[in-house]
Design a protein around this ligand. Structure first.
Ligand code: ATP
Ligand code: MG
Length: 217
């Protein structure tokens, strides 16, 4: 039987940087550097395997609709979108946390346990809404697509929900973390039909990635 093609969706930036070494460990090497190239479809040393390079927030969509069989996406993006995907592996890359942050001055006299109403700027309206609803806090959400740190500085919102790893960007903008929502890392996601129809290739990839991760630990 002719092996069918396996398409892997990745996003440029940190996920790509962290995923390529992992793929290398399981013997998959792009035929050209996806970061340098403008190509959106990149072949690999394996005839049956190709990469498609998409926006981080588009990875779940490509995989859910089967335009890619598997993909790598942050837990943040997966939670926010709630796509119907199989999520077999935590790849342990792209580690950071999702937090509530606010200006230092406000934080000095603020007590998150007493919040009643908050105004929050974020790229993650669904996660943020759920989080505050569960705590019985009324949240007015302002959806942004980037540079959340600016919002409190110009009075758009008192607080933000955003990802941090080192905390450097927050610090440079006079913000401090006051609460953690979730710890975040990138996950391997798989199209549910591909899992059945391309089972040999998909399970091979899952198993070898999982072994590579164990070796590393
Ligand atoms: P674009 O820059 O194209 O608008 P994006 O901002 O979503 O897309 P990145 O900033 O590269 O792209 O983030 C992609 C993913 O990397 C996020 O969804 C998250 O899972 C992870 N990530 C984001 N920020 C951090 C961080 N500070 N540390 C580690 N991982 C992060
Ligand atoms: Mg970005």
């Amino acid at each position: 039987m002719l092996e069918s093609k396996l398409t892997i969706a990745l996003s440029k930036g940190r996920i790509l940087d962290d995923t390529l070494p992992l793929l290398e460990r399981v013997g998959i090497r792009p035929s050209e550097d996806p970061d340098a190239s403008r190509k959106l479809v990149v072949g690999t040393n394996r005839p049956g395997v190709e990469l498609v390079i998409v926006r981080a927030t588009d990875v779940p969509t490509y995989v859910e609709f089967g335009a890619a069989d598997v993909g790598v996406a942050g837990r943040d993006v997966l939670m926010e979108q709630g796509a119907d995907l199989y999520e077999p592996l935590d790849l342990g890359i792209g580690q950071c946390r999702m937090v509530v942050a606010e200006p230092e001055g406000l934080a000095a006299e603020d007590d998150p346990s007493r919040w009643d109403r908050v105004r929050i700027a974020t790229k993650y309206p669904n996660i943020t809404k759920d989080f505050f609803a569960r705590q019985g806090v009324q949240a007015q959400i302002i959806k942004l697509y980037g540079s959340m740190e600016l919002a409190p500085l110009v009075g758009l919102a008192d607080r933000i929900v955003d990802l941090v790893s080192t905390g450097r960007t927050l610090k440079e903008n006079g913000l401090v973390e006051v609460e953690t929502l979730f710890s975040i890392s990138s996950r391997l996601v798989v199209n549910k039909a591909s899992l059945k129809l391309k089972h040999p290739q998909v399970s091979d990839l899952i198993d070898s990635l999982s072994e590579a991760l164990e070796d590393k630990a």
